[in-house]
Each structure stands twice: as structure tokens, then as C-alpha cells.
Design a protein around this ligand. Structure first.
Ligand SMILES: Nc1nc2c(ncn2[C@@H]2O[C@H](COP(=O)(O)OP(=O)(O)O)[C@@H](O)[C@H]2O)c(=O)[nH]1
Ligand SMILES: Nc1ncnc2c1ncn2[C@@H]1O[C@H](COP(=O)(O)OP(=O)(O)O)[C@@H](O)[C@H]1O
Length: 190
């Protein structure tokens, strides 16, 4: 049996990764989603085990020590990481998995899985990016400013990705990613 695809969706905070990923999962129900661990506090409506595995700093550090994370990164003031076993078991069972992670982590995954499919989600403009972060209303002004400055550094790493997808409209961005997945499956079958 051939392995599933490991798809990494990255891009700056507020670009719409979460929104596009959930729309994509509805359209492609067989696509498995990797739930990350984080030390960030849950936002209203977020559930443990669904959106994230919410961990204390000590619990997170012990996951690193026990080699339970495929990659981890510090983003703004918190740690985020991808549980290793779930990803490996999913692709070994022939299913495709999508990781929605920031850029430093994506580059670490690329070192371990060079055959992964690395997709960078871009905003239509930086003004629109700021409007989306502000419009979501989940961060204070200092965090928004910090995330915007990190966003510029992140966009500079676009060259390390296989594909760039503009998230102008959610359904169009989803269709573009679906086309990428279909094309990558054709490559694997050759
Ligand atoms: N490296 C890494 N980044 C992650 C992981 N999970 C989430 N992230 C990224 O961490 C950043 C902050 O996530 P979050 O606080 O949920 O904010 P939001 O994605 O902007 O809503 C985003 O860029 C996420 O994609 C992970 O497991 N590893
Ligand atoms: N194509 C789009 N057009 C307009 N607003 C969008 C689009 N995609 C996402 N958004 C909005 O932008 C905000 C940030 O989206 P989110 O998915 O939380 O981003 P991320 O996960 O990249 O931080 C949300 O309020 C979301 O509804």
C-alpha cells in the first residue's frame, strides 16, 4: 500500500488557515487533520482534543523530552507542536493528513519529510491581513502588532514552499488546495 500524503498548510496568523482548513475538511472528509499541542490558553469555543491539546508548559516540555513531537516551535509567547505518532500512523495507513502550522515548524517538518507537500497561504494584501486579525477579535492590539511583524518575516520564507495559494475567497482557496492534492496523487502513482 502506498503511503498517504503529508500536507503542510502554513502562512501568517490571520490569513485564514483555520477557516480554509475546516472548509477543506468538509469538502474532503477523508483528509485527516493533525491536532497540535499548545501552551496557549483556549479561546472561547475551543475544545481540548478538537482544536488543540491544551498543555501546561511542564507537560509540553515533557512531550519534547520524550520525543513525542514531530516538530515544535515557539510562536509569539507560546509553544506549539505536532504529535508525532498520529502523523506517522496516518500516512503509514495510506491516508492523507494535513498539518496547519506556522513557518518555523513547517521548515522542520520539511527536513524530516522532504516528500511532504508544502503549501503557503497568502493574504490578498497586508492591509487585508491586518483587517482579518483585527476582525477576528481574539487578540489585543499589542499581540496583533507582534503577529503582523512576524507575518512579514514569515512571508519572506515563501520560497521554501512547493505551492503558494492566495486566500482571496474561501471556496476558491479550497479548490486550489484540492487541485494540488489531486495533482500530487497523480505524481505518486506515476
Ligand atoms: N510549529 C507549529 N505551529 C503550529 C502548530 N499548531 C498551530 N501552529 C501555528 O501557531 C500559530 C498560532 O496559532 P493560534 O494561536 O491558534 O492562532 P491562529 O492560528 O492565528 O488562530 C499559527 O500560525 C498556527 O498555524 C504546531 O503544531 N506546530
Ligand atoms: N477568504 C477570506 N475572506 C475574508 N475573511 C476571511 C477569509 N478567510 C478567513 N477569513 C477571516 O479571517 C479571520 C482569520 O482567519 P483564521 O482562519 O482564524 O486565520 P489563521 O488560522 O490563519 O490565523 C477570521 O475572522 C476569518 O473568518
Amino acid at each position: 500500500m502506498s503511503k498517504g500524503l503529508l500536507i503542510v498548510l502554513s502562512g501568517p496568523s490571520g490569513v485564514g488557515k483555520g477557516t480554509v482548513c475546516s472548509a477543506l475538511r468538509k469538502r474532503v472528509p477523508e483528509l485527516v487533520y493533525s491536532v497540535s499541542a499548545t501552551t496557549r490558553q483556549p479561546r472561547i469555543g475551543e475544545e481540548h482534543g478538537v482544536n488543540y491539546f491544551f498543555k501546561s508548559r511542564e507537560q509540553f516540555l515533557s512531550m519534547i523530552e520524550n520525543d513525542q513531537l514531530l516538530e515544535h516551535a515557539q510562536y509569539v509567547d507560546n509553544f506549539y507542536g505536532t504529535p508525532r505518532d498520529f502523523v506517522e500512523e496516518t500516512i503509514n495507513s495510506g491516508k492523507d493528513i494535513i498539518l496547519e502550522i506556522e513557518v518555523q515548524g513547517a521548515l522542520k517538518v520539511k527536513e524530516k519529510f522532504p516528500d511532504g507537500v508544502f503549501v503557503f497561504l497568502l493574504p490578498p494584501s497586508l492591509e487585508e491581513l491586518k483587517d482579518r486579525i483585527q476582525g477576528r477579535g481574539t487578540e489585543n492590539q499589542a499581540t496583533i502588532d507582534h503577529r503582523m511583524s512576524v507575518a512579514l518575516d514569515e512571508i519572506n520564507l515563501l520560497e521554501y514552499y512547493d505551492y503558494a495559494v492566495v486566500n482571496d475567497q474561501i471556496d476558491l482557496a479550497c479548490k486550489r488546495i484540492e487541485s494540488i492534492i489531486i495533482a500530487e496523487h497523480c505524481k505518486v502513482r506515476k
